[in-house]
Every structure is written in structure tokens, then in C-alpha cells.
Write a protein that binds this ligand. Structure first.
Ligand SMILES: [Zn+2]
Length: 342
């Protein structure tokens, strides 16, 4: 099984974000890449650079005004006297039904859900290459590979069609799923990140061709707070095609694997042609976010269980933050999944 990754993905280097109102160092560090690359190599995977794929696959799930914002906002921000070094929002619309703001500050508030996704000079290119890694993995599976791993960084699952959030700019899992739709009638996205995949849910919320399933720490007292509850089931033609499994804080391997079985029942009933795994490793017991208590052997069992679905699979990297076991957790998942043999 191949890993797709481009060096440009390391250039985005956000400095800060607000946590409970306090400025903190941003945990979505370029160093995550080194740990994850080492983890993929330890699992026996080969690393390949993706090709450039243009804006098409990204524009298939994001609005043009949002993509123009991501590409140009940093340069525009530099013209504001006294502005912050990185683009950060400070005012948000209460409803998104009004007119589109013309100013850089207004657009930052319109297109950024929170302060965790500051935009610097390198952000656009890093996010684009991250998405191209996902596209390349999807193309590999379309060409007949049973599975592929996209080492996406920056991550993507908190990005909506026109909103960045939670360290995410382009929704790589959604991009991969949409590319798969060229060949697969029905695609399922299974999100095992610690946090609810709110952006992915939002992108496919009214669609019946992509089933979105997310296991995550209960958002009642955890990011992203406003999404991820069990009663969010989709809307319109997509009603019944979104499935959330919020877990009590500190849930460990047994509870996670039990919820995964419930997810599998729903996935079987959807009878998908292909699978995208939104692989966050931050459900780990030692992750700095401390929301769930999955162990390193637990990730191996999760990988093994997902492999048994027997579907063409793209594994897309989402969260998982700096801790001693970050690389080992990826190795455990990929080994459990049987990555070397695929
Ligand atoms: Zn996460």
C-alpha cells in the first residue's frame, strides 16, 4: 500500500490559537509529518509524491468564493495597518443568509469558524498539496489498488464547503470521497478522529450518495460543541445518511470497538462500493487533547476491524497531535489494517 505526501505540506506553520480564550501555541505542528512518515515507513508502506491535480477536485466540494478567499486573503491581510501576522477572525455573522462582506476582516469572520486555523503565506499551497495527496490516493484506488494512505496535513474534516475551522482548510476526506464517486456509486466516510467530523457532515448533509459516519467524544462538553450529536441525521434527500456516535469522555478500546460495530451495521445496510477512513489518532489516551482513551494496541484492532469491511479503502490522515506514540499509533493502525500486504 502506498502513502502519498508532498514536502510542501510542511510549510504551513501556524503559531497560535485560542483555547478557552487563552492564547496557546498551535498544536498542528509541521513536526507531526515527521512522526507520521516514520509511522507509515515502520508499517512497511512506501512514500510517493502526488501529482498536481489543479483546483477541480477541490472545487467539487468547496465554494469558489471560499477558495478565492483561501488563496488571496494572506496578501490582502498585509495591507491592513496594525493587523496580526497571521489571518485570524474576530467577528462572525450570526446567520449566513446575508450579503457577502467585501472586506478582508469581514470575510475572515465569514469563512473561519474559530481561531484554530490561522492563515499565513504558506497555508494555501500546503492545504492544496494536502488535498492533492488525497486525490492521488483516490486515483490509485480507482486504478485498482485495494487501498492507499493519504498523509494529509493540514487535516481537513472540520472544513465545511465554505468555512475553515479546527486546523482544517480543505476537506481532504470529502475531496477523496468525491473523486471516488467517479467510479463508485455509493461511498461511505468513516471518521474515527477524536473530534466530530463536522465539516464532512456539513458537505454531505443533504446527499444520499455519500454516507457520513463519525465516532467521537461527546460534543456536549467538547469541540466542536455545535455539531456531532446523535440527532443530526441529515436533511432533505440526505435524511438518514448521516450517523453520529458520540462517546463518553475517556472511553477506551472496548467502548470504541463496540461503537465501531454499531457503525458497521449501518455501513453494511448502505452497501457501499468504497470507503474513506478519516483517520484521526487523537482518540489516543496520551494525546494532548485527552478526550478519549484508545491505546496503541487499540488502534491496531480498529485497523483490523475496518479491514474486514473488505472495501476499496482510502485512509486520509486527520488529527493526532505530538506525543511519544504518534508514529507508533499510525504504525499500529496500518499494520492492523494489513497495509503492507495491500
Ligand atoms: Zn481531532
Amino acid at each position: 500500500m502506498k502513502t502519498f505526501f508532498a514536502e510542501e505540506q510542511k510549510r504551513h506553520d501556524p503559531k497560535a490559537f485560542l483555547s478557552s480564550g487563552a492564547p496557546q501555541p498551535n498544536p498542528e505542528r509541521p513536526e507531526r509529518v515527521e512522526r507520521l512518515l516514520a509511522g507509515a515507513k515502520s508499517a512497511g508502506l512506501t512514500i510517493e509524491r502526488p501529482r498536481e491535480h489543479g483546483l477541480g477536485p477541490v472545487a467539487a466540494v468547496h465554494t469558489p468564493e471560499y477558495l478565492a478567499f483561501l488563496e488571496h486573503i494572506f496578501a490582502r491581510w498585509q495591507r491592513i495597518e496594525g493587523a496580526s501576522a497571521e489571518v485570524m477572525p474576530n467577528i462572525h455573522p450570526l446567520a449566513r443568509t446575508g450579503s457577502y462582506p467585501a472586506s478582508a476582516v469581514g470575510q475572515a469572520g465569514y469563512h473561519m469558524a474559530d481561531t484554530a486555523c490561522p492563515i499565513s503565506a504558506e497555508t494555501w499551497q500546503s492545504a492544496l498539496w494536502s488535498a492533492w495527496s488525497a486525490v492521488e490516493a483516490a486515483e490509485a484506488v480507482i486504478s485498482g489498488a485495494p487501498a492507499a494512505y493519504a498523509l494529509c496535513r493540514p487535516p481537513g474534516h472540520h472544513a465545511f464547503a465554505d468555512v475553515a475551522g479546527g486546523f482544517c482548510f480543505i476537506n481532504n476526506s470529502a475531496v477523496a470521497a468525491q473523486v471516488l464517486r467517479k467510479q463508485a456509486g455509493r461511498v461511505v466516510i468513516l471518521d474515527v478522529d477524536l473530534h466530530h467530523g463536522n465539516g464532512t457532515q456539513g458537505i454531505f448533509y443533504a446527499r444520499a450518495d455519500v454516507l457520513t459516519v463519525s465516532l467521537h467524544a461527546d460534543p456536549v462538553r467538547f469541540y466542536p460543541f455545535f455539531w456531532g450529536h446523535a440527532d443530526e441525521r441529515g436533511e432533505g434527500p440526505g435524511l438518514g445518511y448521516n450517523f453520529n456516535l458520540p462517546l463518553p469522555r475517556k472511553s477506551a478500546d472496548a467502548a470504541f470497538l463496540e461503537a465501531l460495530e454499531v457503525a458497521f451495521q449501518r455501513i453494511h445496510a448502505f452497501s457501499p462500493d468504497a470507503l474513506v477512513v478519516a483517520l484521526g489518532l487523537d482518540a489516543f489516551e496520551g494525546d494532548p487533547f485527552g478526550g478519549l482513551s484508545v491505546t496503541t494496541p487499540g488502534f491496531s484492532r480498529i485497523g483490523e476491524a475496518i479491514a474486514k469491511l473488505g472495501l476499496p479503502t482510502i485512509i486520509v490522515q486527520e488529527g493526532g497531535y505530538l506525543c511519544d506514540a504518534l508514529g507508533d499509533n499510525l504504525t499500529a493502525f496500518l499494520t492492523g489494517f494489513g497495509g503492507k500486504q495491500r
